[in-house]
Design a protein around this ligand. Structure first.
Ligand code: PAF
Length: 281
């Protein structure tokens, strides 16, 4: 596995593969890798001739500078895990390499970016669109792999790729969970032992709410999750919405749609966690 830090070195490393017409798959990450990331890499390795993974903690997508400073960074361990998963090339650029000049672009991401994470983390999705569009331009992959834990992010990246007429297939991969249901996330390492015990209640509440689909009104499923988590002293829900999985707009009735997704953001202590459940798939 090659570890590359500059765009020119990456171009040189990929040139032979491009000349031979090899397919290139891409897994963008911010590092602090866990089994969720590795499942993306494994799928990428399986379905492409070359797998490129990037490690870059992108400052433009952090609306909270404290969150950026606290974001875990474990580059050596990440590279060892990527090698074991069969990744061929790791692209780990510096901030100067990715942003030689400030990126002033503002993306028109449409309604999918205005709700939930978009409302609660102003500027976040524009930052994601900036970095992912740059990485796509550099790697030029046929396929790119993203985890469904960041359900809304996938819709936003599809909107960005459509806006820029990019010829890349965006592949959504299922959430990987700990044994107790907690969705794997790089942020989980920041939970205290007590918070770590409380955090799986988020996934459990989502799972239990699925029992109300489709016999009870959506309102009841929403209230169920909110009430259960209101009883957890360590958990503070920022939002819980049941939305149309394609448009990300709130649903009033299950019957309005055959792709209903419950999306939650909640604080567990000082750590902001997101998770979701697909009710009817
Ligand atoms: O999901 C992430 O880890 C990041 O948002 C991404 C897609 C790597 C862009 O920085």
């Amino acid at each position: 596995m090659k570890i590359i830090h500059t765009v020119s070195d990456l171009n040189a490393a990929l040139a032979p593969a491009r000349d031979k017409g090899f397919s290139i798959g891409f897994v963008p990450t911010m590092g602090a890798l866990h089994k969720g990331h590795l499942s993306l890499v494994e799928r990428c390795v399986e379905n492409n001739d070359i797998c490129v993974a990037s490690i870059f903690v992108n400052p433009t997508q952090f609306n909270d500078k404290k969150d950026l400073a606290a974001y875990p960074r474990t580059p050596e361990k990440d590279c060892a895990l990527l090698a074991t998963a069969g990744c061929h090339i790791v692209f780990a650029p510096s901030e100067e390499e990715m942003y030689p000049v400030p990126d002033e672009r503002v993306f028109a991401l449409g309604d999918v970016a205005d709700v939930m994470e978009g409302r609660h983390r102003p500027g976040h999705f524009n930052g994601v669109a900036q970095i992912v569009s740059k990485l796509f331009a550099i790697v030029n992959p046929q396929r790119a792999y993203f985890g469904e834990k960041d359900f809304q992010q996938i819709a936003v990246i599809k909107a960005m790729a459509a806006q820029l007429n990019l010829n890349v297939e965006i592949i959504a991969c299922p959430i990987i969970r700990e044994d107790d249901g907690l969705a794997m996330s790089s942020r989980n390492t920041r939970l205290t032992p007590q918070e770590r015990l409380a955090a799986p209640r988020i996934a459990q509440a989502l799972r239990e709410s699925a029992h109300l689909y489709p016999s009870k009104p959506i309102r009841e499923a929403k209230d169920y999750v909110l009430e259960i988590l209101a009883g957890e002293p360590m958990i503070n829900v920022e939002y819980f919405e049941i939305v149309n999985g394609l448009t990300l707009q709130p649903l009033n009735e299950w019957a309005d749609n055959n792709f209903a997704v419950g999306c939650i953001a909640a604080w567990c202590g000082n750590v902001r966690l997101i998770d979701n459940i697909i009710y009817n798939k």
